[in-house]
Write a protein that binds this ligand. Structure first.
Ligand code: GRF
Length: 206
């Protein structure tokens, strides 16, 4: 693995299929990024097992183990910082990160809906309940809000007759994994700029 590869710390709360897609992609040196650590806000999740199987170090910071949200914010930022990431990727991480992390590192988040529609923890359920015929997934740069940061990439996914939350989410996740892998790779290899709310991948010309 090239020492030039961008260092990723990936945060998970669940099954970690997006994490697995990043682990698989980074097996190719040409990808330009590698997962140096996996963090979680809970124990006993498949995401942590995936890290272990891949030989990637992991850490857990549970909110209830801290006396306040501020203390948790500082603790998780310190754990992340140990791995000197170039980019932090929230891949199904069900917590909003606080300023100690957001001010120190660029943070990417993936969401299973076309933002700014249907932010929050139930994006798939909310889109289905609203009756949209097209939904999708969005990769954003995280800010202090709920799924409110600048949009980096999006892809549409149709809602099919008879879909329930599970079938729709699975169809979205197939697209989401590819979008996340492609976006992280491009950010690692080409860099990015943010102007207002507009994110541009690649180095500015001239
Ligand atoms: C993804 O759809 C993510 O956007 C959402 O939860 C799902 C996580 O899936 N917040 P996984 O843990 O990567 O399999």
């Amino acid at each position: 693995m090239s020492s030039q590869a961008a260092r990723l710390v990936v945060l998970v709360s669940g099954s970690g299929t997006n994490l697995q897609a990043l682990l698989d992609a980074s097996a190719d040196e040409a990808y330009g990024a590698r997962v140096v650590a996996v963090g979680a806000d809970r124990h006993d999740i498949e995401g942590l097992a995936r890290a272990e199987r891949a030989g990637v170090p992991s850490f857990v910071e549970k909110l209830p183990d801290h006396e306040s949200r501020d203390a948790w914010d500082r603790a998780i930022a310190a754990r992340i910082a140990e791995y000197r990431p170039d980019l932090v990727v929230c891949a199904g991480f069900m917590k909003i990160l606080g300023q100690p992390t957001l001010a120190a590192f660029p943070v990417l988040n993936t969401h299973p809906a076309l933002l700014p529609s249907f932010p929050g923890a139930h994006g798939v359920r909310d889109a289905l309940a609203y009756g949209v015929r097209i939904t999708g997934c969005t990769v954003i740069l995280a800010d202090a809000g709920v799924d409110s940061g600048p949009i980096v990439a999006q892809e549409a996914v149709p809602v099919l007759d008879g879909d329930d939350e599970e079938t729709l989410h699975e169809r979205i996740k197939t697209v989401e994994r590819n979008l996340l892998v492609e976006t992280v790779g491009r950010m690692a290899r080409e860099g990015w700029t943010v102007t207002g709310r507009t994110v541009c991948l690649g180095r500015p010309s001239g």
